[in-house]
Design a protein around this ligand. Sequence first.
Ligand code: BG6
Length: 518
Amino acid sequence: MADIPVRESVMTQGAVLFIFGATGDLARRKLFPAIYSLYREGKLAEDFAVIGVARRPRTEEEFRNDLYASIQEFSRYKAENDQEWQVFADHFEYKSLDINNVEGFHELRRQTESIENKFNIQGNRLFYLALAPELFGSVSKSLKEGGMLDGKGWNRLVIEKPFGYDLESAQELNVEIREVFAEEEIYRIDHYLGKEMVQNIEVIRFANAFFEPLWNNKHIANVQITLSETVGVEERGGYYDHSGALRDMGQNHMLQMLTMIAMEPPSRLLPEDIRDEKVKVLRSLRPFESTEDVKTNVVRGQYTEGSYRGQQLPGYREEDKVDPQSNTETYFASRVFVDNFRWAGVPFYIRTGKRLPVKTTEIVVEFKSMPTNVYLGQKHKLEPNLLVIRVNPMEGIYIKINAKKPGSESDIEPLAMDFCQSCMVGINSPEAYERLLMDAIEGDSTYFTRWDEVATAWGFVDRIAKAWQQTPDTLETYAAGSWGPEGAHKLLEQDGFKWWPVSGQDEDNVIWRVGGPQ
Ligand code: BG6
């Protein structure tokens, strides 16, 4: 029998977690495994319970079997001990529910009260809506009308992106939710904010004397944020064709990472102070004023047929549930400016795409070059210093500096200091959802997006989307498995820069860098 890890004493507040959409993909792949990991690490108190809610009928037994399968397939920990598994699974119940039927919510309330009694839970309720956003409003309303919010403890609503399709629809959605929940009770998930290395940005920046003083337009030449994926649209063609890369990744994950890189240090380490600083960055983004402006600074592309590691790949328009005439972008890259004193004149280049050669998320900070007319710069071609924050799937930090070539008289060559956190034995970084679920239970909203962040990001992105509507001919193509449309490379060349290579790690932990100058 495998050892059961000793439980730490870090306990969250007791609560009932309601997972709406309990038979869906998000619950299966992310939420159940995250709950199990928290449990195994002793971070969930014994006084917790989960009620899975979905339309489909399921017996308790079927539901727990699904739960077991999801954990064995996707969790960082596997259930190896029968006895422990039974204790854990006993915390789970299921409720089949039509979200517009208030009577069903009254039944849910009775079920909740009984499970609260069973585990001695003091009325704290967390409602996680792993559902299509169109349903957020109705579920919130039914929760209220069904008496689900009348418990003795706190109520919190956790919702997933996409939060609207544009500013207007996001506002409508927000109004519906706010009729029931206060802003402080709403936890909007951007799962990138739960990633270990995204959270590490603050620490790298503000806890190191050799970064913070240089973190400005006097010393930084540009910042590059790449979020590349090898997958196509898989079975999500219906959603994606309506959304596209800009809305799917740009409005949220990419702008959120940009805010973490660009924000000022908060005056206090409190969620609202941190989020205030992030929203200031979003407000400082230079808006695109015209279609011409968008054309100059934003590139969009769609993948066509291609190949990857010898495998033939279909074009986007041939994908399931995608309009064969679709003009939806599967790639976009943009030059963005943060117009404030710290960043005036520094381009931030952001790019994301499906069907690129590597799955990676990386942030490259390129420092300004040393003067070429003084001392070593006169004789040598000195490479710029780089700080690379590797977010995903490899986690780590890479720093490139110039040093004397060993054994040579005076040759200088770039040298890499490479710290790979994910290669270290014994380091098993928590999944983003573990951290975020735990924060929501603890009431820490730091790594959730506040309404003004969401709205400001939409305002910025809407201008791009509108310009694209008027200029369908700006859509470029790129072969699946390639590094994206030509225009994305020209964007940097115009400024005298290049996309730096991105890195990855193979099965033997060998690190490589591809896709541009080394
Ligand atoms: C999601 C997008 O938010 O993020 C997906 O909807 C994308 O299209 C995914 O594949 C990427 O997340 P990660 O954590 O795998 O980089």
